[in-house]
Design a protein around this ligand. Structure first.
Ligand code: AHR
Length: 503
């Protein structure tokens, strides 16, 4: 019997909906064929966006969508993606398979996609190969409501009203594909470029996100924070601070040379994957500790805008397209990461899983007119109740499990929140491939009136395919109340459970 203790009186902080954000890059079939098929496609669409995909994304309440990259962002020139589609410039997507990018999905299409999903916008600007003027004009094009060259151009292209840009990234992975910079050099560029990301509407804040570290590169975080956390003389910057700094960390079962297969794996690889996922806890804790020294008032968010599993591509697919299947193992990876972000909601203000569709740890896979929801999708569906909720203090007893000393993990992983309607949401993952566990949830004398449960479970490598799209699904889950303030249930191996509790 393992004890999960929840203290409803201990409210620890606000869980930003953006913690459940997504990322869409011009990479493989994420945009083209994934979310966007064009107005003339036979696949049912609205203004070019696939209706099935948009519906699925609305269901999980996608709060924010990052675009256009990734590495693509630092080679993207936004003016190539506006105006009459047939005359848009074609370019080589050098990062991702060297394929031709025809720019038929550009700023207007991205904004339309976000409108249909009903989510916030997060545009990533080009520092690596773009100019300050180009970045500044993009912001003017999107957000200026008045007479100006860029606002006129937007109107000529059919959009009278400005859009809202909620978040703007000043470059992506500038330590790597975004220019191979050292942190001091990037810090100077951040100071310069962000000066020209103007907030034209005083009521619509554009949150500026600095490029943060690759995983455990603490020196990058330290340097960028030191140089940029407070910019003097930035009269149009509401707080005089950057609003966020990103962090990228991917879960690879092995390493970059041989990552491991997405859906054919053994128990040892299961635990390797989960243990490497749990490293996110250390990363978030240590980067947060650096940010705390510069920003004790918590104005700067840690923005984990790329996370998820990265496996070897599926056999027979373009290696540059990063297409991989998704199993119950990925569901556990998603559950662990989202629990970690919840528990660090005082600093983690946004996180974006990579990537939305057909790339890496996707929530959606498409093939022609077919679409499947992955196991990861269903974790987001069960976790959506945490969005905009209050983190509640919780603690679960665990034991250490796993096959190899190096890759031991706790058997259970949880987070708990209270949503605006007063209901409590417990999300608990069982990381074991062997054992079910009896759980006693103790609400410390608070009388329980209703408990509803749902579960995602299966064999460790269960997945949904185009031939069998409903193999993995959320199912109802039974839990019983004992002595009025305790919930008793058995969590099966390889599973994620969501309990909704009313007191
Ligand atoms: O998500 C795939 C790639 O991973 C992104 O383009 C880049 O930012 C990261 O290295």
């Amino acid at each position: 019997m393992f004890k999960l203790v929840i203290d409803p009186q201990k409210e620890l902080g606000h869980i930003a909906p953006e913690i459940q954000g997504h990322f869409s890059e011009h990479l493989g079939r994420c945009i083209y064929g994934g979310v966007y098929v064009g107005e003339n496609s036979e696949i049912p669409n609205t203004n070019g966006m696939r209706n099935d995909v948009v519906e699925a994304l609305k269901q999980i309440k996608v709060p924010v969508l990052r675009w256009p990259g990734g590495c693509f962002a630092d080679e993207y020139h936004w003016k190539d993606g506006i105006g009459e589609k047939s005359s848009r410039k074609k370019m080589i997507n050098t990062n991702w398979g060297g394929v031709i990018e025809d720019n038929s999905f550009g700023t207007h299409e991205y904004m339309e996609l976000c409108r249909q999903i009903g989510c916030k916008t997060y545009i990533n600007g080009n520092v690596g190969s773009g100019t300050v003027q180009e970045m500044s004009e993009w912001v003017e094009y999107m957000t200026f409501n008045g007479v100006s060259p860029m606002a006129e151009l937007r109107k000529e292209n059919g959009h009278e009203e400005p859009w809202t840009v909620d978040y703007f990234g000043i470059g992506n992975e500038n330590w790597g594909c975004g220019g191979n910079m050292v942190p001091e050099f990037y810090a100077n560029l951040f100071r310069q470029y962000q000066s020209y990301v103007k907030q034209y509407d005083p009521n619509k804040k554009i949150n500026k996100i600095a490029c943060g570290p690759n995983a455990q590169d603490y020196e990058w975080t330290e340097t960028v924070l030191n140089q940029c956390h407070k910019l003097s003389g930035s009269w149009n910057n509401a707080h005089g601070f950057m609003d966020g700094i990103s962090l990228h960390y991917y879960t690879l079962p092995y390493d970059w040379a041989k990552k491991g297969a997405a859906s054919v794996f053994n128990e040892k690889e299961w635990y390797m994957t989960l243990s490497k996922t749990l490293f996110m806890e250390e990363l978030v804790t240590k980067h947060s500790a650096i940010i705390d020294r510069y920003d004790p008032d918590h104005n700067i968010g840690l923005i984990v805008d790329e996370w998820g599993t990265w496996y070897d591509v599926e056999e027979g697919t373009n290696p540059g397209f990063l297409y991989q299947q998704n199993t119950i193992r990925d569901a556990l990876v998603a559950a662990i990461n989202l629990n970690i972000f919840n528990k660090h909601c005082d600093r983690v203000k946004m996180a974006n899983i990579a990537q939305l569709c057909n790339v890496l740890q996707s929530v959606i896979l498409t093939e022609g007119e077919k679409m499947v929801k992955t196991p990861t999708y269903f974790v987001f569906d069960m976790y959506k109740y945490h969005q905009d909720a209050t983190l509640i203090e919780s603690f679960v007893d665990t034991k250490t499990i796993g096959l190899e000393e190096q890759y031991k993990v706790p058997n259970l992983h949880e987070s708990v929140s209270k949503s605006k309607d007063g209901k409590y949401h417990i999300t608990l993952a069982n990381l074991s491939v062997e054992e079910d566990y009896e759980i006693k949830t103790d609400l410390l004398g608070n009388k329980i009136s209703v408990v509803k449960g749902e579960i995602l479970t299966g064999k460790m490598d269960d997945k949904n395919t185009f031939d069998d799209p409903d193999n993995v699904r959320i199912k109802p889950f039974e839990a019983s109340v004992e002595n009025e303030d305790k919930i008793v249930f058995t969590i099966p191996k390889n599973s994620v459970v969501h309990l909704e509790v009313e007191l």
